[in-house]
Design a protein around this ligand. Structure first.
Ligand code: URA
Length: 207
């Protein structure tokens, strides 16, 4: 099976993890991606945000949520009274997965497979252990399945505070929709307000 496990350092905290992740070959996604996009933020962050995988801009720049979905997320965090500077931001999968309609044409995001998400899970587990966030905001189904298992359904639990055992630790989580789903929605205003109201649940629980 694909797994990142042999690439994880045994000590050194976030800087060591980030450095090791840069050369991860735990699954085939590293071959076509530009670079590993590891999480960013302080080890002391009280809030962790978990997305799906880097998009086109994130792949080029090496930082999570710097493209269109990231701009929307930043605005939603601010509207919910959360400071992005106090959040650790990462993804369930650390490499961009894409296809092209034609050679040399625009790169089109493709959802990671369960095998790829499972292969990448040790990085997310190590980030959780290093940051020990008080609250985890789960952005969409891929992040939810990575953290809570394949039966996770966003629509069933969004906007609620869950307490779950993850890798042997009690974690508090608030699932919500992925910001990219807001961008694709037919009713963007309503979808955006839904995201903000879910984020407010996380904000209140952190007070
Ligand atoms: N979508 C994600 O899930 N993560 C990113 O970093 C960017 C877009």
């Amino acid at each position: 099976a694909y797994t990142a496990a042999p690439f994880l350092p045994t000590r050194g905290g976030l800087p060591a993890l980030r450095k090791a992740a840069a050369t991860c070959r735990g699954c085939p996604l590293h071959r076509d991606a530009t670079q590993t996009v590891f999480g960013t933020g302080k080890a002391t962050a009280r809030l962790m945000l978990v997305g799906e995988q880097p998009g086109d801009q994130e792949d080029r720049q090496g930082t999570p949520f710097v493209g269109p979905a990231g701009h929307l997320l930043d605005r939603a965090l601010a509207d919910a009274g959360l400071d992005p500077a106090d959040a650790y931001v990462t993804n369930a999968v650390k490499h961009f997965r894409f296809t092209r309609a034609e050679p040399r044409k625009r790169r089109i995001h493709k959802a990671p497979t369960l095998r790829e998400a499972a292969a990448c899970a040790p990085w997310l587990a190590a980030e959780l252990a290093a940051v020990e966030p008080e609250m985890v905001v789960v952005l969409g189904a891929t992040a939810g399945k990575a953290l809570l298992g394949s039966s996770f359904r966003v629509t069933h639990v969004r906007g609620t505070v869950l307490e779950e055992e993850i890798h042997g630790h009690r974690r508090r989580l608030v699932p919500t929709v992925h910001p990219s789903a807001v961008l694709r929605s037919d009713d963007r205003d309503a979808a955006y307000q839904g995201l903000v109201s879910d984020l407010k649940v996380a904000a209140r629980a952190l007070k």
